[in-house]
Design a protein around this ligand. Structure first.
Ligand code: PLP
Length: 407
């Protein structure tokens, strides 16, 4: 159980960062600055599992290094890994891909940039749900594309619906992004709604980027279906996924894109230009992850499920609402529901300074309200329980201030 150490408190001259919006980064920096002088901070902020990569995967990486996996690989990735991914997608009810229709990337996140830089011309529109994992937006902005945001709300448990998307489709719409399960909301778009969204993509001739990186981490009856396997979707879907979440492999930096040859081939050129190839050692470890025992994924899923329960119990006890967490490892909690008249970002800062608990405000993920915070299930249950007690004390001190007679 380790926590990566990050220090990003650099002041960047906005003129030097023409293509990157600095506002989101500035918020993280402020939170990190507050936490710097504090002891015993419980970090429920970043989406980086505290769980270690399973032993057999680490061993496979070590063996690969000893056996010479120290060179560039084929730009699209080693063939056995691409074949194993294609097989794994098929076995899990996804589309039928050849190994040449899979491309290994240094993390799923780089996959987003490869997609944007390969497929978006200036002025093209990319439809992105909000709140959502924001590199999609950054990648689109770097391509001078127009980001069309679809605000999601509690009304649909923060899931995207075809009805919400359709009015935003124009002549310039090119890509529609679906992230299922979603980050930061931890919600799952129901299969019937996914079918309607796919139908919309077909009707309007859109490319659907389906981010399924959390698809193996769902709870209760929720399932995130594979979009590319739906009728008529294989040719217009790029599935983005990776090993970071299901196998606790964030630091290995290995993800993938799967899609039809015509789309993967040009993207492979961009991937080569960016990175030449994904680290050979990480690819061999990913191969062991896919072809080795899978109980570790289920064990981790159950661990997150218990943590999810602990967070929800804590929120229930303090009377704080939240979106029903159905997948990934986040709970999206509603600060506004406390009726304290404060923003979620102000709450985050005070919770950190006073309660030594780090969570991130939803506005960091493009939420159109400053009402919600994202809580990551990235600490053991006992630490989560302590975090929830500390959070309840901060809420109580807000309530006491409200009750205090004005001078
Ligand atoms: N997609 C989503 C929705 C994510 O939340 C993340 C990381 O948090 C990624 C993709 C990228 O993960 P990685 O680059 O570690 O594969």
């Amino acid at each position: 159980m380790r926590e990566a150490n990050i220090t990003t408190s650099i002041d960047i001259d906005p003129r030097l960062a023409r293509r990157v919006k600095l506002s989101d980064g500035a918020l993280i920096t402020r939170m990190l600055n507050i936490s710097e002088g504090l002891e015993d901070v419980i970090r429920l902020g970043r989406g980086d599992p505290d769980l270690d990569t399973p032993e057999h995967i680490i061993r496979a990486g070590q063996n690969a290094l000893e056996n010479g996996a120290t060179h560039y690989t084929h730009p699209q990735g080693i063939e056995p890994l691409r074949a194993a991914i294609a097989e794994n997608i098929r076995a899990n009810g996804g589309a039928d891909y050849g190994a040449d229709e899979v491309m290994i990337t240094p993390g799923g996140q780089q996959g987003m940039f490869i997609i944007a830089l390969s497929l978006l011309d200036p002025g093209d529109e990319i439809i992105v749900p909000c709140p959502a994992y924001n590199p999609y937006q950054q990648a689109a902005e770097m391509s001078d594309a127009v980001v069309v945001k679809i605000p999601m709300t509690m009304e649909t448990n923060f899931t995207l619906t075809a009805e919400m998307i359709e009015p935003h489709i124009t002549e310039r719409s090119k890509i529609l992004v679906l992230i299922n399960p979603n980050n930061p909301t931890g919600t799952v778009t129901p299969p019937d709604e996914v079918r309607k969204i796919a139908e919309l993509a077909r009707k309007h001739d859109l490319i659907l980027v389906s981010d399924e990186i959390y698809a193996r981490l769902t709870f209760g009856n929720s399932t995130a279906i594979a979009v590319a396997a739906l009728p008529g979707m294989r040719e217009r879907t790029i599935t983005l996924s990776g090993f970071s979440k299901a196998y606790a492999m964030t630091g290995w930096r290995v993800g993938y894109l799967a899609g039809p040859r015509e789309l993967i081939a040009p993207m492979s050129e961009v991937n080569h230009a960016f990175a030449i190839s994904t680290a050979a050692v990480s690819q061999h470890a990913a191969l062991a992850a896919l072809t080795g025992p899978q109980d570790c994924v289920e064990e981790m899923r159950q661990t997150y499920d218990a943590r999810r329960q602990a967070i929800c119990d804590g929120l229930d006890a303090m009377g704080m609402g939240y979106a029903e967490p159905q997948g990934a490892f986040y709970v999206y909690a509603n600060v506004a529901s406390l009726g304290l008249g404060i923003t979620a970002s102000a709450f985050c800062e005070r919770l950190l300074a006073e309660g030594r608990v780090m969570v991130f405000p939803g506005i960091m993920y493009g939420d159109h309200t400053d009402d919600f915070v994202r809580m990551s299930m990235t600490q053991p249950v006992d630490r989560i329980n302590t975090a929830m007690d500390r959070m309840a004390s901060v809420v109580e001190s807000y309530r006491a201030e409200m009750r205090a007679p004005a001078d």
